[in-house]
Design a protein around this ligand. Structure first.
Ligand SMILES: [Cu+2]
Length: 115
C-alpha cells in the first residue's frame, strides 16, 4: 500500500469512527413525513460520489454531501447490497438512503444521480 493510499484509509477510518459516535445522531428526533416507515431506523436521503468500490467489505467508499442533523460532508465507507455494489462505477454521482443499522452505516436504494 503506498503512503497516499494509506493516509486515505486512515482518513476513512477516522471518518467512519466519527460517524459511529452517538453525538452524530444527537439531533432531536423529529417527526418524519407521513409515509415514513414506523418500524426500524430512519432513512436519510444522501447525495455523493463513489470514490472507490470495496467488494471484500461489501462497501462503497462514498464522498457525500452534508446530511443536515445527521452528518457533515465527508468521505466514508457505506455498506451496500451485493446488487448495489455491482450497479455503480467509480467516480459515479449517486443518490441513496443512508441508514444506521446495528452493524454500521448502510446506503440503500442506490441510484445514479440525475444528470
Ligand atoms: Cu458520513
Amino acid at each position: 500500500m503506498n503512503p497516499l493510499t494509506k493516509s486515505l484509509w486512515v482518513t476513512v477510518l477516522v471518518a467512519t469512527f466519527a460517524c459511529s459516535l452517538p453525538a452524530a445522531e444527537s439531533a432531536p428526533a423529529k417527526k418524519e413525513a407521513p409515509g415514513a416507515s414506523e418500524a426500524g431506523p430512519t432513512r436519510h436521503p444522501l447525495e455523493g460520489v463513489v470514490v472507490d468500490i470495496v467488494p471484500d467489505r461489501g462497501s462503497l467508499l462514498v464522498k457525500h454531501e452534508e446530511i443536515p442533523g445527521v452528518m457533515r460532508a465527508m468521505t466514508m465507507l457505506l455498506k451496500v447490497t451485493e446488487s448495489d455494489l455491482k450497479s455503480v462505477q467509480k467516480d459515479q454521482a449517486i443518490t441513496g438512503l443512508l441508514v444506521r443499522k446495528p452493524d454500521g452505516w448502510w446506503l440503500e436504494a442506490v441510484k445514479p444521480a440525475a444528470p
